[in-house]
Design a protein around this ligand. Structure first.
Ligand SMILES: Nc1nc2c(ncn2[C@@H]2O[C@H](COP(=O)(O)OP(=O)(O)O)[C@@H](O)[C@H]2O)c(=O)[nH]1
Ligand SMILES: [Mg+2]
Length: 321
């Protein structure tokens, strides 16, 4: 039964336009060249302007892009939702998402499109960290941040993506039909990859170079962006791998508590002059750490069991996996 569902979905073929879409928020300096350089590679260029206060949308429309407006700012993920919905409605055979701030190279669009159009992949990521890829003048702290987020994200995923933070991505019909995400902020980038993992979509990374010498490379500071995405990666890890996330700290706390407790006991035994001068501190610390450790281990087992049960229910009752 399950195989039949998988085969049906595998067979999705849409013949709608190829679309290059970009979320836009106050990018009047760069949007024109991004639209113009993208147009030769796709049937439609789509911009989702999210309450910009500058001329971004006027410029984009004049140069041949279709422009959608959000009256109020919904965020990067909010714009992606509009983009996905539009691509689904038009049964797009391939959707490419790229930034409108000039960091992504539209001439790389064909490299992202090819694996989608040949059916080799459902999702393609333009990656800085595969051979041939790179980031011109990327500050070292950003590279470090991306590596940390990628490592945290890969702990809870089987995809093993090298560049989880690249927003330069392509999606084929199977991904467009099945992918669903909730968040409206930058963390949607990671949420989409998690969903690709859950849905067992075929994901491929192709090299691309991302520029950092553009007028306005990032809307948010590296710290606030990193914090939002890293917290999301940790929350996902706690949900997907509770044994690892809660169990390892639990066992470590339990072991530390036990070690402190043993030392406190040893000290009592070595008192030989008849006076009992008990130091309450280490004993209490050991007890607290031990209790916290046991609670975390217990929580990890309960959450792991609940997750397995839910999965079994979904598979056995609803045929989903
Ligand atoms: N629609 C929309 N686009 C946004 C928003 N914030 C950023 N963007 C666009 O999303 C792309 C990536 O944003 P950016 O701040 O450059 O992210 P970073 O390069 O990953 O740090 C750019 O093209 C921005 O114009 C937003 O709130 N709404
Ligand atoms: Mg940027």
């Amino acid at each position: 039964m399950q195989t039949e569902v998988a085969e049906d979905v595998e067979a999705i073929v849409w013949d709608g336009p190829t679309i290059a879409a970009m979320p836009v928020f106050n990018e009047e300096e760069t949007i024109g060249s991004v639209v113009l350089s993208s147009l030769p590679h796709v049937d439609t260029v789509l911009c989702v302007d999210d309450g910009s206060s500058d001329s971004s949308s006027r410029i984009a429309r004049k140069l041949g892009a279709e422009v959608y407006h959000h009256r109020a700012n919904r965020g990067y993920g909010g714009a992606l939702k509009t983009i996905f919905r539009t691509a689904q409605e038009r049964r797009s055979q391939a959707l490419i998402i790229l930034d409108s701030d000039g960091q992504h190279e539209p001439s790389d669009i064909p490299n992202l499109l090819a694996p989608i159009l040949s059916g080799e992949a459902d999702v393609v990521i333009g990656s800085r960290f595969v051979e041939g890829g790179g980031a011109e003048s990327m500050p070292a702290y950003r590279a470090l941040g991306i590596k940390v987020i990628t490592a945290a994200s890969n702990l809870s995923s089987d995809l093993n993506i090298k560049d989880t933070q690249s927003g330069f991505r392509a999606f084929g019909p199977k991904a467009l039909e099945r992918l669903n995400f909730e968040h409206d902020g930058m963390e949607s980038c990671l949420e989409i990859l998690n969903a690709c993992d859950d849905l067992q979509l075929k994901v491929k990374e192709v090299p691309t170079k991302i520029r950092y010498d553009v007028p306005k490379g990032s809307r948010y500071t590296a710290l606030s962006h990193g914090f939002t995405v890293f917290s999301f990666a940790l929350i996902s890890l706690s949900q997907k791998k509770p044994l690892l996330f809660f169990g390892i700290p639990g066992i470590s706390l339990l072991a530390t508590g036990a070690a402190i407790g043993m030392r406190a006991l040893n000290e009592i035994e070595t008192i030989t002059d008849g006076t009992v001068s008990l130091s309450v501190g280490p004993g209490l610390t050991a007890a607290w750490l031990g209790m916290l450790g046991i609670s975390l281990c217990f929580a990890s087992l309960v959450l792991h069991g609940a997750r397995r049960l839910m999965r079994r229910l979904l598979v056995e009752e609803f045929g989903l996996d």
